[in-house]
Design a protein around this ligand. Structure first.
Ligand code: NAG
Ligand code: NAG
Length: 251
């Protein structure tokens, strides 16, 4: 079972890494006030959204995006003469206030699957983008969906040699190259990039923020088990938590 398969059982683990600029303390509203006003920035606003408008909870979420493709290097860390592949990405610029007013770019780090599924299941990003005047970007993870090296899934998954480029490091490098190129195309070099991700995608968001701090101002890693690795967290910790939870409520 994959990381995502366990998600419903995982305690809600929300790791927020350097989201200083996105969610300042002043933006947290008391629970009695669901229709909060937008944050008032003490310093010059980094995200020039429609800050004076109250949050509108949308009943029916619309997911409008354009599908585009970007030619990626198969290996970002060598000079080997390898075939390039087409990486799919979804983009929405409906609410974007760019480039002079420096509207932010919300980049969701695609997980292990078809990116359209993640796009229509990440309502949070779509809900907040208008408030921040943000562009929404959903690049697809290599070796998933339509972003298949070697022309087809059959070829890409053939053997250890063809699968060697299916790594988190390469995936995060894809996102770094793509965002750099897109910003250049749109003369949006000065627009801040905020990363989002859930589960494995959240791990990618956190790692990308660490690895490419010059490209990103923050990352929100939701339900991301970034510490669930050998020699960091014992492998039975997750099961201990679930068992104790069960014991507490049912014994
Ligand atoms: C994997 O498949 C490719 C393409 O068919 C082939 O050239 C290569 O030799 C194979 N590698 C291994 C380790 O089997
Ligand atoms: C930027 O523009 C070039 C030239 O039109 C295009 O080939 C490339 O795919 C664009 N980059 C992105 C990220 O869309």
């Amino acid at each position: 079972m994959g990381i995502d398969g366990q998600k419903p059982l995982l305690p809600l683990l929300l790791l927020v890494i350097a989201t200083v600029a996105v969610f300042p303390a002043s933006s947290r509203s008391p629970p009695s006030q669901p229709a909060a006003t937008l944050p008032s920035f003490r310093r010059a606003p980094l995200f020039p959204g429609k800050r004076s408008h109250p949050i509108k909870v949308q009943q029916r979420q619309q997911y409008n995006y354009q599908t585009r493709y970007f030619l990626q290097d198969l290996d970002h860390f060598s000079f080997a003469d390898l075939p390039k592949f087409r990486q799919r990405y979804l983009i929405n610029t409906e609410h974007w206030i760019g480039p002079e007013r420096r509207g932010p770019i919300f980049l969701y780090c695609g997980n292990e699957g078809d990116i359209e599924w993640f796009a229509v299941n990440t309502g949070f990003v779509w809900e907040i983008a208008p408030r921040f005047g943000a562009m929404i970007l959903f690049p697809e993870h290599r070796y998933y969906g339509e972003s298949m090296p070697y022309g087809s899934q059959e070829e890409a998954y053939k053997n250890a040699t063809t699968l060697a480029y299916l790594t988190a490091e390469q995936a995060v490098a894809d996102y770094a190259v793509l965002i750099t190129d897109l910003k250049r195309n749109l003369s949006a070099e000065n627009c801040p990039v905020v990363l989002f991700g859930g589960s494995y995608g959240g791990m990618l968001a956190a790692w990308m923020r660490l690895k490419y701090p010059h490209l990103t101002v923050g990352a929100l890693a939701s339900s991301a088990p970034i510490l669930q690795f050998e020699n960091i967290v014992p492998p039975d910790t997750f099961y201990n938590i679930v068992s104790n939870d069960f014991k507490a409520c049912c014994s």
